[in-house]
Design a protein around this ligand. Structure first.
Ligand code: NI
Length: 198
């Protein structure tokens, strides 16, 4: 089984956009926008979320919109300059699920690892193989406040690990070998400047 979101009972996380009956892509994203490599929030350990309030619902909506508009399959709040522990994932295009996850934690990781080519909306234009555990046991809280615990493998495990890294101030390029990261320096320098554009 590649993933089972209902393993420990609790509600199946429902894609927020469906819950709210809204269009998946809207024009407005409010003041929320993507930030890029070099931004300070991306380097910080994000704060735990303590309440599921309107502000959080709005944040998650905005994150979905930005993710869809940018063609991403996962997004973490620090990528929109909000230092809070919430992520959104949508891998329906790869026959996977779509769901937001609050305060996600990796409980266990398989010893087996594999390389897989990753990219990141905050590090546009760079794709590199990153080695990570193949399977994980994860938990978090859904938008109804239910704790969910589930096993993930394949692309879901990959995206979860990448997004949870963001909550801990880690980018996928931080997991590359030193010589690979050195090669990327000129490109990273250009990406850093994207933060200054209006
Ligand atoms: Ni990313």
């Amino acid at each position: 089984m590649e993933y089972d979101l209902t393993k420990e009972g609790g509600n199946d996380p429902v894609p927020l956009m469906e819950q709210k009956g809204r269009n998946t892509i809207q024009e407005e994203t409010g003041n929320i926008r993507l930030v890029y490599y070099g931004n300070e929030t991306l380097k910080r350990v994000a704060r735990e979320i303590t309440a599921i309030d309107d502000a959080l619902v709005e944040l998650v909506d905005s994150m979905y919109r930005i993710m869809y508009r940018s063609g991403g399959i996962g997004l973490a709040a620090p990528q929109v300059d909000i230092s809070k522990r919430v992520i959104v994932i949508d891998i329906q295009g790869k026959k996977g699920p779509s769901f937001p996850l609050i305060n996600p934690v990796i409980l266990e990781s398989s010893e087996a690892t594999e390389p897989y080519e990753e990219g990141c909306l905050s590090v546009p234009g760079i794709m590199r193989d990153v080695i990570r555990p193949v399977e994980i046991l994860a938990k978090g809280v859904d938008m109804d406040g239910n704790e969910v615990e589930f096993e993930a493998g394949g692309l879901l495990a990959r995206v979860l690990q990448h997004e949870i890294d963001h909550l801990n101030g880690v980018l996928f390029i931080d997991r590359l070998e030193d010589h690979v990261r050195k090669e990327l320096r000129p490109e990273l320098k250009k990406i850093r400047k994207l933060n200054r554009e209006p």
